[in-house]
Design a protein around this ligand. Structure first.
Ligand SMILES: O=C(O)CCC(=O)C(=O)O
Ligand SMILES: [Fe+2]
Length: 341
């Protein structure tokens, strides 16, 4: 695998430096035992365990009723108009208010970098068990881990049909200091520095083909608890669905496009101006699918509240201040069924 790693990212040395001293014999046995929970470890394509079967009202449903990508706005950040910041902001704000979801193309990230990154992540899921065992954890407090389902096994009623890899990323702070100081949402860029964008993690979701996708879900309906999510889908396999006005919209993968979605915190900070949309990942009987989600979230201690500039007599404050850690614990305890409306 060495030859295929991105030149600038040695994921394994990054992972080991973040999370792990070498495992001793007993720890290795514990990791290898835990690893049996990974779908890739036990699934033989012949049997579907009952623990993965969702109740009928949550299931996949009829895919043909999911609309095509035309329903999720696509924003072209390149071209002549793309250089104009005000134009870009307006283009982004509208779908963020209506859908909570959009796709962007011509975002400036090299095609080869996106392809190589996805390639490396796919390879990680194909590694031999002994290598994956080093990074397997049942403990959701481990920032860097291979795991499966939601990762919060004790709280789950039904298991999700996904294995995943989670990696903390370097602070975004430096990146946010750069670039034009343009107001977004009527708030200066400084508003989103420091605590509000403190935690950045990458989750690589890997959904194996499943015997009966009508019974299982890669990820059930949820809104993301964080501020904003940027997601890269693999080139050819459908799986992400967004809910709007009671209908499912299938977010078809578009080559090189990034899917951007508003999380709960941005809905709250914008005092309801932006919407965090419910979405889910469905499975396929014929193809595996890999998606990479980049989650930007506040620090644990950050107090989140609607921005004062967005509160007015005609739009009074909709949400009370709270600590992000409390919100997140509540979100996990309720398995994502947290209402902020
Ligand atoms: O795999 C996908 O397309 C969706 C993943 C997702 O919703 C999440 O990781 O929160
Ligand atoms: Fe999500």
């Amino acid at each position: 695998m060495e030859g295929s790693l991105l030149p600038s990212i040695d994921l394994f040395s990054t992972m080991s430096s973040i999370a792990l001293p070498a495992l001793d014999h007993n720890q290795r046995i514990i990791h290898i035992e835990g690893m049996k929970k990974l779908i890739s470890s036990w699934y033989n394509g012949q049997t579907l365990l009952e623990t993965y079967i969702f109740p009928p009202d949550a299931r996949h449903g009829n895919l043909t009723t999911a609309h095509s990508r035309d329903n999720i706005p696509m924003i072209d950040l390149g071209g002549a108009e793309g250089g104009d910041q005000t134009y870009k902001i307006q283009k982004i704000l509208k779908p963020s208010q209506e859908f909570g979801f959009l796709q962007v193309v011509n975002h400036g990230i090299l095609e080869s970098l996106l392809n190589d990154t996805m390639g490396v992540f796919r390879e990680l899921f194909d590694l031999p068990e002994e290598e994956k065992a080093n990074f397997y954890f049942d403990d959701p407090k481990k920032n860097c881990r291979f795991s499966t389902s939601s990762g919060y096994f004790d709280l789950e009623d039904v298991r999700f049909w996904r294995d995943y890899l989670r990696l903390p990323c370097h602070p975004l702070k430096e990146c946010l200091q750069q670039g034009p100081q343009q107001p977004r949402l009527g708030l200066g860029t400084a508003y989103f520095r420091d605590e509000l964008c403190h935690n950045v993690t990458l989750t690589v979701n890997h959904y194996l083909p499943c015997l009966d996708p009508s019974l299982t879900l890669g990820m059930p309906k949820h809104c993301d608890p964080n501020l904003i999510t940027i997601l890269l889908q693999e080139g050819h396999v459908n799986g992400l669905q967004v809910f709007k006005d009671g209908e499912r919209i299938s977010v078809e993968p578009i080559s090189q496009a990034l899917v951007v979605n508003i999380g709960h915190q941005l809905q709250i900070i914008s005092n309801g101006k932006l919407k965090s949309a419910e979405h889910r990942a469905v499975t396929s009987s014929s193809h595996s699918r890999t998606s990479t989600a980049f989650f930007i979230a506040p620090s644990d201690d950050c107090i989140v509240e609607p921005a004062e500039a967005l509160i007015s007599a005609s739009n009074p404050q909709h949400y009370k201040p709270f600590q992000y850690k409390e919100f997140f614990i509540n979100y996990v305890m309720k398995q994502g069924k947290t209402e902020v409306y």
